[in-house]
Write a protein that binds this ligand. Structure first.
Ligand code: AMP
Ligand code: MG
Length: 388
């Protein structure tokens, strides 16, 4: 049995970034930028008006100025503005040469081609200099997960296509004679395959492309068929059948198919029977079958692996800290990820931690991390947790 940290290190050694692809900027949200983006022009490319009003060389309260033309967004005034003159101007329009400021329209009275500057003239200039937002050569650096804001910025840099990390193709295999897909006909001894659905959701949110395969039955032939169907995947995830019971066939069948196993058991709760290795060109992770174990291992191991495959830093799932709302007893010899609820009063660790209880996982918004041998903890003590 190895530690969680050692298991993660072995997983990262197996998880090499998958390369890049070009996509339309419209498909870029949520993707990992793989090459820096460099602005092709200044924004704004010219000094631009920030308001509707008049571009003037100078203005004092009471001045009378002659309006000599108009500058609109997309249609500049072809000329300069001098003393005693004004150019009608609108937000986003190029400011004509000679203008030092914009007088907002609320501060003038207009009569034909003449404006009179009002007594309450303010002092702001209302001119956005060229390059005010960014200049040619400005960069969005690689290695970030693109947000809607990034997409807007890159669009304004005039780049309709970007280079992003290829999304990992992940095959998900449930194993078990007792399992039925949600909605299918059920026998009295059967339960629903839930884990692969939860993992599918987790993987999608992480930016992977998960694919749900048929349920493998507890015989070698069925499991081999599913491994065959998984061909082409970058990562094959099996769920269940990972212990050493009579019906636990994942390790022997994977070995028969040539898997080089990196490890099999991890000292953690929930989730001890976890395995990983390489099988052909794919990475393989065998998750435990108990639903909460599978999901916790999804957060603790699969999520960091997906990030590494996307070229993001190979790091454990990010942790935060909060005080305990109520005391908890000492931990044992395995790192324990305890379902808990974080609210204004702090972290409340649930009493029931059995790894079959998805309802308790559903009520949790945090996994409190207990190191091996962690002593009893009192209310108010600070604990690390993984946000869910
Ligand atoms: P196993 O590791 O195959 O012995 O499974 C451990 C427990 O998890 C058993 O109670 C299984 O019925 C249950 N289980 C295994 N796979 C799944 C799955 N995909 N969805 C829900 N429960 C599962
Ligand atoms: Mg099973």
């Amino acid at each position: 049995m190895i530690t969680v940290d050692d298991a993660l290190a072995l997983l990262f050694a197996l998880a090499k970034p998958l390369g890049t692809e070009r996509v339309s900027l419209l498909d870029g949200a949520g993707r990992v930028l793989a090459e820096p983006v460099v602005a092709e022009r200044d924004q704004p490319p010219f000094p631009a008006s920030a308001m509707d009003g008049y571009a003037v060389a100078e203005a004092r309260p009471g001045d009378r100025l002659t309006v000599i033309g108009e500058s609109a967004a997309g249609a500049r005034f072809d000329g300069a503005v001098g003393a005693g003159q004004a150019v009608r101007i609108f937000t986003g329009a190029p400011v004509p040469p000679g203008a030092t400021r914009i007088v907002i329209q609320e501060d003038v009275t207009r009569d034909g081609d003449t404006i009179v500057i009002g007594a309450a003239l303010d002092t702001a200039g209302y001119i956005r200099p060229a390059g005010n937002d960014f200049c040619k050569g400005a960069r969005v650096e690689a290695g970030r997960i693109l947000t809607a804001s990034d997409i807007a910025l890159i669009a304004s840099m005039n780049l309709p296509e970007i280079t992003v990390a290829r999304r990992p193709n992940v095959a998900l295999i449930s194993t078990g004679d007792e399992l039925v897909m949600p909605g299918d006909a059920l026998g009295p001894d059967q339960i629903i395959a839930s884990n692969t659905f939860g993992l599918h959701a987790l993987l999608t949110a992480l930016g992977a492309r998960p694919r749900l395969l048929p349920i493998a039955r507890d015989n070698a032939a069925s499991l081999k068929t599913c491994f065959d169907l998984a061909s082409g995947a970058d990562l094959v995830i099996t769920v269940g059948g990972a212990s050493v019971g009579d019906h636990d066939l994942v390790a022997p069948v994977a070995a028969e198919l040539g898997m080089e196993q990196a490890f099999h058991k991890v000292a953690m709760r929930p989730g001890k029977p976890l395995m990983s290795g390489r099988i052909g060109s794919a990475m393989m992770i065998g998750l435990p079958g108990n639903p909460v174990s599978a999901m916790v291992c999804g957060h603790v191991f699969v999520a960091p692996v997906i990030r590494a495959l996307l070229g993001l830093p190979a790091e454990p799932a990010p942790r935060q800290e909060a005080p305990l709302a109520a005391p908890i007893t000492a931990n044992g010899t395995r790192e324990h990820y305890m379902r808990a609820r974080l609210d204004d009063s702090g972290l409340t660790v649930f009493d029931r931690q059995d790894s079959s209880l998805l309802s308790v996982l559903g009520a949790a918004n945090a996994l409190v991390v207990r190191p091996v041998g962690d002593p009893p903890r009192a209310a108010g003590e600070t604990m690390s947790y993984l946000p869910l």
